[in-house]
Every structure is written in C-alpha cells, then in structure tokens.
Design a protein. Structure first.
Length: 366
C-alpha cells in the first residue's frame, strides 16, 4: 500500500477552537489523500451494474495505475460487493461470511432515480403523480385515457389505449422506490415491494427495456439510467401540486436528501429509499441553492457498497472508499446514477473507516 497526496489544504491543521467547517470543506480535507493499492480487485454485484463499475474502474486507474478492477457478478469470493438497494441484515450476513476477518464495512454509495417509461404514441412528456402511478401498477387504471391521467394532462388528447404492465422476475430497487412512493403519497394499497405482478414478465430490466419499444400502451418501472441509456420515453413526475419534475440531475440529487440513515452496533451504515417533495435541508447538498430547488426527485433507491475489512485483497477497502470519493461519484453520475449529497457522503467516508486525523474525524461526526 502507498499513499498518494492529491491535495494539500491550508486548513488541514485543526484545533479544538476551530469553528465548524462546511461540508464541502470537510469533504475536501477528507479526500486530501488517497490510499492506492497494487492489486486486482474482484467486485461482485448485479449484472446490469457492470457499466457503472467499469466507469469507476476507469477513473480509479487514472489515479492509482497499479489497481485494476474485475467485475464478476456471480463470484461469491469477491471481497467487495456493489448493491443497487439497501442491504437487508441477511444480505450483510451472507457477505460477511466471505470475509476472512469476519468483519464487513457497509455504506451508502449512490442514488438510483426510479422512473416510469412508457410506449404510447404522442404521450411524450406525460405527467404522472403518485395516485396515477398507484393505479397503473395495481391495475385499476386500465386505459391511458383514464380520468386520473387526463386531469393531470389537460393539454393532451388521450386515446383509449389499453395499459400493459411490463415487470421483471428480478428484484429491483427502482420498483421498491416507486411502490414506496405510491404507498406514501398515492392510493397504493399493497405493501411496497421490489417485485410486482404485471401483464408481461421479463427476466431482467434490460430485456424489459428492449421490448418496450415494440408494444403500444406498455409501461415499466426502470432506473432512470436505464431509461437514458436505452432512449426510452419517461414520464414527468409531479411531487406537489405545483412541482412537475423532469429527470435533471439537480432534482435527482435532492431526492436523496429525504433518506433516513441507520447505523448498527458494528458501524455498518445504511440508507433507506429516498423520497422527493419537501427537502430536508439538513441532509441536502449545500452546493445546490435551496431557494431554486425545493423539490427532489420523488423516488430513489440507494445503492450500497460492502467491503471486507482486513481482507486478503489489499484493494478491497481502497476501492470501496474510491466509490464514495468525488471521482467515483462523478463516474457514476456520468452514466445516470445520482451522487450522494455531501453530508451523507461524509458519513459514508466514516463508515468505511477512511484514515483521517482525530481532529477531522471529530469535525465530521459533529
């Protein structure tokens, strides 16, 4: 292991009398150095997350040229795992069993904005709210000219095109996010779930996205990144009576501000599904002007990184820490994922036991 100094700040020396520093300054100091490993690190996770890991790996090798990443979705020996959702205690326990040290670190890593993609000719830019989405996913809205949808879209002339629900067999953080939002703000009677029933079922979200073009009246719940990559038509989502959001990064970023953080006795940190609407300013990104962006994207799943502590793979923790660094976050944002707001990212830096001075640790904790 060797440490490369990326940034030297005049503010590195802190004292007990130093006033509280803003999150952006703390993040800069926390990222003043980076641990580079000479390693080939295997990373596991969902198959569809391969492009994201490749993006992070490409950024990593530019900073740490001796550290390469191999993405192996089904390799249970990998000492780093990327999940596109909040891990359950069972999932954390299963991953920990891989760790020779018997200790796993867990931290939020990114946001995954969820959206509704639809294939209905002439309905590009259709507005949907939680109530309309509840009806679409539970089957009570059977046609695209339903009055609930028409009331949201008075400028559209809606035709009686039958609604066809596309779903997948695989668990989806996007589905959990949307069903959670529909439950909270709409009329969805069922329990939020990462798998729902539909009219046509596919094995993966990529198969769903590919077929969506071919079936008039079809819609599916997909990650926003999947919609962008596949050129799918996405609905505009209404989170308040006046706020109708388009899928712009500033809104998806602020959606994460409403998540809830939980830390267990082992220091493993997890974040819940995030909601939009009124933003919790205490957890939002201070670099975004709250006067202009009061609403966040209505539903986001939160991806997490798990890494073995004191692992055989000397690159496991350095890679996990890189994911939540500014460079790793930028790589994810570039392909449609949402970076963590700074206050949450600082907590992830702590959860991954990033080497920091005692003074800086205390500043971040406070």
């Amino acid at each position: 292991m060797r440490r490369i100094v990326l940034l030297v700040s005049a503010l590195t020396l802190l004292s007990a009398c130093t006033p509280p520093l803003p999150p952006e300054v703390l993040a800069g100091q926390a990222e003043a150095t980076i641990d580079c490993a000479t390693a080939v690190t295997k990373v596991s996770g969902p198959a569809e997350f391969a492009p994201a890991v490749e993006a992070i790996a490409g950024m990593l090798i530019g900073v740490c040229p001796d550290h390469s990443i191999e993405y192996v979705p089904d390799d249970l020996s990998a000492e780093v795992e990327i999940l596109d959702h909040t891990p359950s205690p069972v999932e954390v326990k299963a991953f920990t069993a891989r760790c020779e040290s018997g200790t796993a670190l867990v931290a939020p890593a990114f946001g995954m904005a969820a959206t509704i993609s639809l294939q209905v000719t002439g309905l590009e830019g259709l507005v949907l709210d939680a109530r309309a989405i509840s009806g679409l996913i539970d089957g009570s809205i059977k046609s695209w000219d339903d009055q609930v949808i028409q009331d949201l879209n008075p400028e559209f002339i809606l035709d009686p095109v039958p609604v066809i629900r596309f779903v997948t067999n695989e668990k989806s953080a996007a589905v959990l996010a949307i069903t959670s939002w529909a439950k909270r703000d709409g009329d969805y009677a069922a329990k939020p779930s990462d798998v729902i029933r539909g009219d046509q079922t596919f094995e993966t979200v990529d198969e769903l996205a590919a077929e969506l073009f071919n079936v008039e009246g079809a819609f599916g719940i997909v990650p926003l990144g999947t919609a962008v990559i596949n050129g799918l038509n996405t609905a505009r989502l209404q989170v308040t009576k006046t706020d109708i959001l388009t899928p712009e990064p500033v809104y998806t970023m602020r959606g994460i501000a409403t998540t809830e953080l939980s830390e267990n006795e082992l220091g493993q940190l997890t974040a819940s599904v995030a909601f939009g609407g009124k933003v919790n300013e205490n957890l939002s990104d201070p670099l975004i002007d709250p006067a202009n962006f009061k609403s966040g994207w209505p539903a986001l799943g939160i991806g997490h990184v798990l890494a073995c502590e004191n692992s055989k793979d000397l690159g496991a923790l350095p890679f996990a820490r890189f994911v939540v660094r500014g460079e790793g976050q930028g790589a994810l944002e570039g392909i449609g994922y949402t970076r963590l707001p700074l206050p949450i990212r600082l907590q992830s830096i702590l959860a991954l036991k990033t080497p920091l001075s005692e003074e800086l640790l205390e500043q971040i904790k406070n």
